[in-house]
Design a protein around this ligand. Structure first.
Ligand code: KG4
Ligand code: ZN
Length: 339
């Protein structure tokens, strides 16, 4: 059988990315970041859409070149691409529209099928990129700037959210507390960096008491704010490493406690993490330790597949291709999407 080659595009937030995957193996994964948002302390939707418009053609071109693929008929065959995939939801609508329109235009021009992918499902399936893949069923803690979910994956296309945040996402908890410490956006990676030199038990911040497998992070931000308001000028500068380590410890603890509960409830001991926050070294180490302690088999995607990337869209699209799940050309992206 001819190998299945998929070109995938991701543009849900502030990263423009394109990837080529052949039979589930990633051949290229190009990501263009948008530094412009840093000075505004968060992603500015209008600027993100404009930057996607500038980046999308070169990024797709580079991804195809890296993979050694031809998009159009070279005279010797029909071109290498069998389907075009794109992130359909959730995300910033202006950003999603750029990727969606580009993918739809390519699909029409090349007469190749279109595959619509859910960004959060793709974060979970990023775990299927590595050679050492989790067997089904597995649990996945997906932690990003906009979402915090525990997902039970029964198969590649049978995913169920069994717990999620009722307010802020874990990434927001990192970014908002980082802002209180005077750190630039996105503060998550900076907290991670300073935490490495700090004492995680120096300061105690309250953990939420939420029933079941759901999360809450808005209280942590308030607790850090009130704590800082009581301190003398210069306190943050003098204690930055310990503050970052203590905040990171609290967030990671909240996440891992719920994950442990999910393992106990489902009996599933293959445990993955995914999403931008899974790049956090405290979470990565904490998961490994917890796995060793409790007899879980743990899986963490390579760093480049944790934050937003098109490789995870490509791997998800590959499974949808095999299942014959194609989209029509009149499909529109949506900012919010339930599973
Ligand atoms: O998945 P992602 O790239 O984009 C969304 O879909 O949201 O996640 C971005 C989030 C941001 O909140 C960022 O601060 C956080 O992931 N993040 C981290 C780290 N790297 C990225 N948070 C903590 N530690 C990190 N090393
Ligand atoms: Zn994401």
């Amino acid at each position: 059988m001819k190998p299945v080659t998929i070109l995938a595009i991701e543009s849900s937030c502030d990263e423009t990315s394109a990837s080529v995957c052949v039979d589930g193996k990633i051949l290229s994964n190009y990501i263009a970041n948008q530094a412009i948002h840093q000075k505004y302390g968060g992603v500015v939707p209008e600027l993100a859409s404009r930057a996607h418009m500038q980046h999308i053609v070169p990024v797709v071109d580079l991804a195809l070149r890296d993979a050694g693929c031809e998009m159009r008929d070279t005279g010797y065959g029909m071109g290498d691409i069998d389907a075009i995939a794109f992130t359909q939801a959730p995300g910033l609508i202006g950003s999603l529209l750029v990727g969606a329109q580009f993918a739809k235009s390519l699909s029409l021009a090349l007469d190749k099928p279109l595959i619509a992918v859910h960004h959060m499902q793709a974060h979970v399936l990023a775990n299927l990129i590595a050679d050492d893949k989790p067997p089904f069923p597995f649990l996945c803690l997906t932690v990003s700037g906009g979402h915090t979910q525990i997902v039970l994956a029964r198969s590649a296309l049978d995913l169920e959210v069994i717990g999620q945040t009722i307010d802020d996402a874990a990434g927001e908890a990192f970014d908002k507390t980082a802002k209180l410490l005077g750190l630039p956006y996105p503060g998550g990676p900076l907290i991670d960096q300073y935490a490495k030199k700090g004492d995680a038990h120096k300061f105690k911040f309250t953990e939420p008491q939420i029933a079941g497998l759901d999360f809450s992070f808005s209280g942590l931000k308030t607790s850090v704010l009130y704590f800082l308001q009581k301190q003398q000028p210069g306190f943050i500068e003098e204690n930055l490493n310990d503050l970052c380590a203590s905040i990171q410890y609290t967030i990671v603890n909240i996440l891992l406690k719920k994950l442990k509960k999910a393992v106990e409830q489902t009996g599933v001991k293959e445990v993955c993490i995914a999403g931008g926050v899974s790049a956090n070294s405290g979470l990565r180490n904490g998961l490994k330790q917890m796995g060793e302690l409790n007899g879980w088999k743990t899986f963490i995607p390579a760093f480049e597949y944790c934050t937003d990337n098109a490789a995870m869209i490509a791997i998800t699209a590959y499974h949808k291709y095999l299942a014959g799940q194609f989209a029509k050309l009149d499909i529109s992206p949506t900012a919010r999407a339930e599973w």
